[in-house]
Design a protein around this ligand. Structure first.
Ligand code: ZN
Ligand code: ZN
Length: 316
């Protein structure tokens, strides 16, 4: 496929790559998953393993979007090199703060060798580590000392967060589930909870664009009750800053939620994406490509995304 080949050939300059894409050859069919985590953040599978699983699941495209890190992307892209009818999309999921809420922004088609992106992610990493250390001190003072240095030096040392602490607490103390640990100690307002300092979503959009990526608002109405009006308010803030799309298909969405997001995407002229938020055995109930079983993201969305991306970079 021309799209894939040219992308992987001239990765160093995303803007040039997009100019080279040829729409006439872009006929992507099948099912895709544009939101997946590997063990480089809080998933459990290696990036190369994800490519294998995606192929077994019959997916024709997969985006690796680890939290605040691109450490898995080189392996991910290498594992998909030369595969027929399969597109590996380099991505990242960056947490941001909007008022009292966390907004997650996916960066898709990012140039993961961009020094500016690396510097930005490194700054986020430092803040994440600082928070993890404070959390460890607090847990120790509550009677749950942990050998956190093994976490920091482990495979996801760059992305240590509450899920890793929760798993360690289940292994070392009398908790039966990760959910129980969150309820007792780690959820917002619980004794070991430490708030994260997160970047502004507008800054995140800017950084994603600076490395040639598309900025997508992930699971926009996740666990929100008055969803439509809230999402519209957020979009009025993010769209003028260049937000490219919304994730309208998502594992936990009811059909009504997807419908609301498709309408909002049309209203704000945004691209639409979809993904499972697969995390491997950390959330075994969520399957790659199909979520709880009824998620289906059409590959046609990827073609539209690429088209939109191409238009932006050509006119830029
Ligand atoms: Zn998220
Ligand atoms: Zn995610």
């Amino acid at each position: 496929m021309l799209f894939k080949k040219k992308y992987s050939l001239s990765f160093a300059s995303a803007a040039i790559v997009y100019r080279e894409w040829d729409n006439r050859n872009l006929s992507i069919i099948g099912k895709i998953d544009l939101h997946v985590h590997s063990c480089c953040s809080d998933g459990t599978d290696r990036p190369a393993e994800l490519v294998k699983l995606a192929r077994q699941a019959g997916l024709t495209a997969l985006a690796l979007t680890d939290h605040d890190t691109i450490n898995g992307l080189a392996e991910f892209i290498a594992a998909s090199a030369g595969l027929e009818n399969f597109t590996a999309v380099p991505g990242v999921e960056i947490s941001s703060r909007y008022g009292a809420r966390e907004l997650h922004i996916l960066g898709l088609f990012i140039n993961y060798t961009s020094p500016r992106l690396l510097a930005f992610l490194d700054q986020l990493r430092q803040e994440r580590l600082e928070r993890a250390r404070t959390m460890a001190v607090r847990l120790a003072s509550l009677g749950y000392p942990l050998d956190v240095e093994t976490l920091f030096s482990g495979p996801n040392g760059d992305a240590v967060g509450r899920p890793h602490f929760a798993t360690m607490l289940v292994e070392n103390y009398q908790f039966t589930t990760v959910a129980e640990v969150f309820d007792t100690l780690l959820k917002r307002g619980a004794p070991a909870y430490v708030a994260r300092r997160l970047p502004d979503p507008l800054k995140v959009i800017q950084e994603i664009h600076a490395c040639g990526g598309m900025a997508i608002w992930a699971h926009p109405i996740y666990r929100e009750s008055r969803e439509r009006s809230w999402a519209r308010r957020v979009l009025r803030h993010l769209v003028p800053a260049g937000l490219d799309g919304v994730e309208a298909y998502y594992t936990s969405f009811a059909p009504e939620q997807t419908r609301i997001l498709l309408q909002l995407a049309e209203e704000f002229q945004l691209a639409v994406t979809g993904g499972s938020d697969y995390h491997g055995s950390r959330h075994p109930e969520i399957a790659l490509g199909c979520g709880y079983g009824n998620l289906a993201v059409d590959a046609g969305l990827l073609a539209k995304l690429v088209e939109r991306q191409q238009t932006r970079y050509i006119s830029a």
